[in-house]
Design a protein around this ligand. Sequence first.
Ligand code: HEM
Length: 167
Amino acid sequence: MPREGFLGTGAPLSADVTLAIEIAMGVTLVLGMLLARRQRYRAHAWCQSAVVVLNLIVIALLMVPTFRSQVAPKIPARLARPYYAVATGHATMGCIAELLGVYIILAAGTKILPESLRFVRYKLWMRIALVIWWLALLLGLTTYAHWYVVPKHSSLTGSRSLPAKVP
Ligand code: HEM
């Protein structure tokens, strides 16, 4: 039985930790954008890159394992259920956001990519990435709500203090 989290929702500790880290990273990206507005481009680059790399670790260690064990085996059979639909939508948007973040780091901060694969409209792509990232974050919050907070899950698991893992 996993250790219970600190938010009092009955979610496991790993989910509450993920939630807190992801919200902090979402806010940090917005603060990083403000750095760029103030033309502090070096600080902006470090800030956004740190978030993208840290998020890669969180995704690999905390989210992918849960997705593989809780969601993937039930796709496509149970995709119509909100429990799986929201998590799948979130995972899809999260993949796009993370890949776009990695691409921007490589294209804007390194010379690894060939000239033809780099972009010129930095601002536009960075804005698009921030919007997609926040959509992924909001879908992550929705996933958390569906899995651990929405009361109807209590009838599926028999207890609200248990994570609503297998409806
Ligand atoms: C920018 C990228 C991402 C952001 C901002 C993000 C954010 C979040 C947040 C805030 C939660 C709620 C906390 C929780 O329930 O643990 C969450 C949960 C989750 N995410 Fe992500 N996520 C991202 C990428 C991904 C990717 C790529 C996957 C696919 C493998 C994924 C799969 C999941 C799953 C399965 C959960 C539920 C985990 C659990 O409750 O144990 N996420 N995410």
